[in-house]
Design a protein around this ligand. Structure first.
Ligand code: NAD
Length: 343
């Protein structure tokens, strides 16, 4: 057994449990926050308004998918005018993304209260869009200081969103298991994260699913991602496909692409899914959850394949199997057609 790795200790304070959203004031006090800005998207505005009103904190409901820079600039003007000294991001990856974008610009402390399984709260990564292109940064200022996981907040997530958001989380763990900078602790979290989500999503066990999402988010924040995340980044950032749905459709196909080059990771993924193989197990899980399984369903045009394949091979990045343009184009075709992957 060849054993050599680097492990970075986890940085974020995590408070987990039903009703724990009530501890937000105590957590803010612990960070020395007197007037944090509560951030939500428009759809969760009422939830944010209620939380903000309870503590006499300001509220901003302008969070948007893929963190457009213009939305951040508008929020920053409000943040400064209101003399805020931190953020409380309440919602999915879009709210948390806006909180991170403000923290990057102001170096303020962040409390995240996630209501989806996307996992952004556990990472020092920020993806921002400007002029139709999405760029990703890693910075210590982006890493949230405190995360409150309250399964009661996930109960309102519609089944379709719970399914795709859960598959999005699983994608982090899948790629963590074959990451070039992987390590044994992260692999344990990844396998447990996949197992928890695969069991919890069909049963709508929100606490167990959120526990899995925490593990998968931690994996995303700890090690490098590969082909799958690159493809989804291109499809979301350039072709404006919806984030979690795109992850759901692409994951089985990206996994099949890498299967022969990462046998140990595949065995662990299959074991966690209680399936015969990793890629088909992921496809079957998406189907069982009633989630989309084809890029056609998401509105992608076939004419996009060439540009997407070019972009996926343009800047090299580590991936278990070398990036072959023709094979990647075929991967996109398979994902477009919604074929059950063959390994
Ligand atoms: P989202 O935050 O846009 O939420 C999707 C929709 O679900 C929204 O309309 C929201 O109002 C609604 N919603 C959220 N929670 C709900 C709940 N409990 N009940 C009812 N409705 C609810 O989407 P997302 O999938 O959570 O996040 C996607 C975004 O996060 C993307 O921009 C992606 O790039 C980013 N992301 C970043 C990282 C990172 O590490 N930087 C990781 C994962 C995702």
């Amino acid at each position: 057994m060849q054993l050599a790795f680097t492990f970075r200790a986890l940085l974020t304070r995590v408070v987990f449990g039903a009703g724990k959203r009530e501890s937000v004031k105590a957590e803010a006090d612990m960070l020395g926050l007197k007037r944090p800005l509560v951030i939500t998207g428009r759809q969760q505005s009422d939830l944010g308004k209620a939380l903000a009103a309870r503590h006499a904190w300001p509220h901003w409901d302008g969070a948007k998918m893929h963190t457009p820079v213009e939305a951040t600039e508008a929020a920053l003007v409000f943040y400064l005018a209101e003399k805020c000294d931190g953020v409380v991001a309440l919602g999915g990856g879009s709210s948390i993304g806006l909180g991170k974008a403000l923290a990057l610009r102001t170096d303020c402390n962040q409390i995240c209260i996630p209501t989806t399984f996307a996992g952004s709260e556990m990472t020092n990564i920020l993806g921002e869009t400007s002029g139709g292109a999405k760029t990703t940064k890693r910075d210590a200022k982006i890493q949230p200081e405190t995360v409150i996981y309250d399964p009661e907040l996930v109960a309102s997530l519609p089944p379709a969103l719970a399914a795709t958001s859960g598959m999005n989380a699983i994608a982090h763990a899948v790629e963590g298991l074959y990451a070039v900078d992987g390590n044994p602790i992260v692999s344990l979290m990844a396998e447990e994260g996949i197992a928890a989500l695969a069991a919890a999503l069909p049963a709508r066990d929100n606490a167990r699913a959120l526990y899995g999402a925490w593990l998968c988010g931690t994996v995303l924040g700890s090690v490098s991602m590969s082909l799958h995340h690159k493809l989804c980044h291109v499809l979301g950032g350039t072709f404006n496909l919806p984030h979690a749905e795109t992850h759901t459709v692409v994951l089985p196909h990206a996994t099949a692409y890498n299967a022969s080059a990462a046998p140990e990771a595949m065995a662990r993924i299959a074991r966690a899914l209680v399936a015969k193989s990793a890629a088909s197990g992921l496809f079957d899980l998406a189907q069982k959850l009633g989630a989309p399984t084809s890029l056609r369903q998401l509105g992608l045009e076939e004419s996009a394949f060439d540009k997407a394949a070019d972009m996926a091979v343009a800047a090299p990045y580590p991936n278990p199997r070398p990036l072959e343009r023709a094979a990647l184009r075929q991967l996109l075709q398979n994902a477009y057609d919604g074929r059950r992957p063959v390994e």
